[in-house]
Design a protein around this ligand. Structure first.
Ligand code: GDP
Length: 319
């Protein structure tokens, strides 16, 4: 039986991954930070372990005790904004923490002789303000935030451990959304507020840069890419993206359309508090390698992602 260890299991991707693995009959273990509640979306079959990516010995002991054949590192400081407030913590958790997990996995593999497959959830932020678009696996890594720099270190150490004999793939994930996104992300902030406006008839939506463009995909499909990477014979780096971008304004328009609100322009206001001092230029990924090697292809269209999120937020208000 496949035994999987997932860090960051309480997050958006962690919960989809846990559901997927449990449905397949895998034994799933999740690392959680002390004080993390158990999200309602997490299947009861998942065994939770309290711990910390900064605790090297604790991680090694956990990997020894669980004996995973698949390890997914989804844990870490989850937003660029938070990384500016806590750059050292970001480096410790998202950078060194990943390396500690690679090290523990490698040691387990050496000890038992059974391969341990590892997936590092990397990020488009490793490219910073990219020199070319779309970005692929050969695009220079040049982060511009503590978050991006920590992820870049982990990404490069994944390659180092690969050459040491650990089957670790780094999935360079572009923005991926779902109803499980917290409202700190612009997509869910928009769908939650648009649903409220459609439901109550009043209120406004305050946003920052409407012209910002992102390559937005459907989160469960990005989780599928990570599972495919873990199970592919040859570990590698994989850009996981749709290859298409949309602006925040287009997201807003699609959300109001999905909620059935036609006259929405006056409902949107620009609030300078939400405008970022530095916003990466064009982030768009070229998923050709993931398609060719892993047989992975994004299938949920932009409008459908938005519509699913709006529908979910309307349902929450209806109860
Ligand atoms: P990120 O790409 O990981 O930073 O994901 P976000 O969803 O937080 O932001 C995506 C883009 O939306 C960025 O370019 C933001 O500048 C832009 N944006 C515009 N208005 C807002 C807002 O009110 N909140 C957030 N979070 N982002 C906004």
């Amino acid at each position: 039986m496949t035994v999987a260890l997932v860090t960051g299991v309480t997050g958006q991707d962690g919960s989809y991954l846990a559901e997927r693995l449990v449905a397949e009959g895998c034994e799933v273990h999740g690392l959680v930070t002390r004080g993390d509640g158990r999200p309602a979306s997490l299947p009861a079959e998942v065994t939770l372990h309290e711990g910390d990516l900064r605790d090297r010995d604790g991680l090694a002991a956990l990997v020894r005790a669980v004996g995973p054949s698949e390890v997914y590192n989804l844990g870490g400081v989850s937003s660029v904004a938070q990384s500016w407030e806590q750059p050292v913590l970001t480096g410790e958790v998202s950078g060194l923490g990943a390396v500690a997990l690679f090290e523990a996995s490698w040691a387990a593999q050496e000890r038992t002789g059974s391969p341990v497959r590892v997936v590092q959830a990397s990020s488009a932020e490793i490219f910073g303000s990219p020199v070319r678009s779309p970005q692929d696996e050969s695009t220079p890594v040049r982060p511009v935030s503590p978050y991006g720099a920590a992820k870049a270190y982990a990404h490069q150490m994944a390659a180092v451990f690969r050459s040491r004999g650990l089957g670790v793939s780094s999935c360079v994930l572009y923005n991926h959304e779902s109803p499980r996104r917290p409202t700190t992300f612009v997509t869910r902030k928009i769908t939650a507020q648009v649903a409220r406006i459609a439901h109550d008839g009043g209120g406004t939506l305050a946003l920052g840069n409407l012209a910002a463009r992102r390559d937005w995909g459907w989160a469960p499909e990005y989780v599928d890419a990570m599972v495919r990477a873990a199970r592919h014979d040859v570990a590698d780096d994989f850009v996981v993206a749709t290859g298409r971008t949309h602006s925040v304004e287009e997201f807003v328009a699609a959300a109001f359309a999905a909620a059935g609100v036609d006259d929405w322009r006056d409902r949107v206001e620009i609030d300078p508090r939400f405008v970022r001092p530095v916003d990466p230029a064009l982030q768009v990924g070229d998923p050709a390698r993931a398609e060719r090697v892993l047989g992975w292809r994004p299938t949920v269209a932009f409008e459908e992602i938005v519509a699913r999120m709006v529908r979910h937020d309307l349902e929450l208000l209806a109860v």
